[in-house]
Ligand binder design. Sequence first.
Ligand code: ADP
Length: 171
Amino acid sequence: MAEFTVLRGDITLSQVDAIVNAANTTLLGGGGVDGAIHRAAGPELFEACVPFNGCPTGEARITPGFKLPAKWVIHTPGPIWHGGQEHEAELLADCYRNSLKVAMAHDCRTVDFPSISTGVYGYPLDEAAAVATQTIATVLGHTTTLEQVRLVAFDDLTATAYRTAWANLVD
Ligand code: ADP
């Protein structure tokens, strides 16, 4: 069984097969983790994203990691929180599921996620953590190729939310 762990850190430093980028639908860069990933990967990442012509919320696209230690970057636009009645939970689950699907299609064994949608997109942290951990657990229960999936939290509050959500799953 592949393992899931939560750590505090900066995802641009992750030495894994793939990191996931909490992108926007243009895929052309933005603030937060998206900006940090583009800065660390270098301008080639932007050039590699242009031909996609954007990406719908919940889907995922893959590029090389360029100057990043990670081999690949999987770009997924998370849902913007509008109060919870606009399919936000389904779309957030799609982000995690589709990112892992793309990772497996590229023979990735180790994948790191940021906390998708809980920054400027305003998704309530505890609710996002519940959706993310449930979705990751379901995929890990079926995969034969993934070895490790990690949630890289940029702050303590985020790390605690995902650790709590994961612990509540097995109760
Ligand atoms: P979104 O638009 O999906 O809400 P943000 O980038 O605004 O995306 O925030 C998503 C999460 O990523 C937030 O918890 C933010 O603190 C975190 N974050 C920002 N920079 C990094 C980084 N370098 N590594 C990991 N997480 C980061």
